[in-house]
Write a protein that binds this ligand. Sequence first.
Ligand code: NAG
Ligand code: NAG
Ligand code: NAG
Length: 382
Amino acid sequence: MASLWHVSIIVLVLLGGSDASQVAPHPRQSQLDVSHKKPLQTFRPYNIAHRGSNGEIPEETAAAYSRAIEEGADFIETDILASKDGHLICFHDVTLDATTDIADHAEFAGRKRTYEVERANVTGWFVVDFTLSELKSLRVKQRYVFRDQQYNWKYNIITFDEFILIALYADRVVGIYPEIKNPIFINQHVKWSGGKKFEDKFVETLLKYGYNGEYMSEDWLKQPLFIQCYAPTSLIYISNMTNSPKLLLIDETTVRTQDTNQSYSEITSNGYLTFIREYVTGIGPWKDTIVPPENNHLGPPTDLVARAHALNLQVHPYTFRNENQFLHFNFHQDPYAEYEYWLGEIGVDGLFTDFTGSLHTYQEWTAPHQPNEGKECRGTPA
Ligand SMILES: *[C@@H]1O[C@H](CO)[C@@H](O)[C@H](O)[C@H]1NC(C)=O
Ligand SMILES: *[C@@H]1O[C@H](CO)[C@@H](O)[C@H](O)[C@H]1NC(C)=O
Ligand SMILES: *[C@@H]1O[C@H](CO)[C@@H](O)[C@H](O)[C@H]1NC(C)=O
């Protein structure tokens, strides 16, 4: 059955070609005029649609993002990588193996490589070895075998420009949450003219579509944006180019930063958080580092959220997933119990979820109204 998000995909495909920016370098003024659009909610923690609604539809596709918007996402989240010819694309892994049909393309059989990626040797078909038009010839699939496979091979990889247009063309204000993914690796393998770096191209793209402004400024509320990265030097590097809010992602406790080779304890120390606060609005930690589990039961929470909040840093943990294999036993196989714990007991400011619809339903049940809105219904025009 045709639904709204299918219609919006069709619009995008018509618009798109291989690079939407060539057809529509700037959305029409009417798209940017948000005065008639329902604004971003800012009174409760943000619902961040991790790689789109990828619990249902293959990650990072136009269909997954459109579905997330339909389900109530405050922000749509994406990972930005670069093609061989320097185009920015929405894709999570540096290799195409896990989520595309690359293995079925005989013409690309000879392009398998082994490269060092963040201090490990990885073998596969790397996005940086393919042009955008080659990447566009692939079809994508669902990452997990226990999720719905019916959308496999229906959709293709989209560009950063196409992703931005999905948010700007939405019928309400929807924020974007792009990640500068693997910047050390990308800058090693992809070269741009004029000595530009990956981070330069990333920020240029955002500025081209009018994204700017500090957290909660008038400009930010019109086109909400959080920039995320695991590499602190990339966030510091772009701080002179954009005043948009940035978040430092924090990996497993055993993983050192890809650029500065710092340990988890170093980057979560009070001293370091005080330093990085000059550049970031918050941190995005893996949730199991905030509350380390023992034998799949929650252990005692660390003080990371309290220390970050004391420094006025937001905390957006990742990744919330409905399935039993991702839920700790304390939650009785109930994803709502997990949201209750993180929103009610830990108290975080946003959550990266694979199931935007579930988080939205939970929040509509538990926090449907702004605290001080009186008798007026939320969404009533002023
Ligand atoms: C990757 O492989 C190369 C060539 O075999 C080797 O020199 C290098 O030490 C390896 N790197 C890692 C991180 O294992
Ligand atoms: C930003 O610009 C200022 C002033 O030009 C300079 O001192 C500073 O080093 C720059 N910072 C970065 C990260 O480039
Ligand atoms: C990163 O730091 C660890 C711990 O000090 C050290 O063993 C390792 O050699 C460092 N790696 C690099 C690439 O500098």
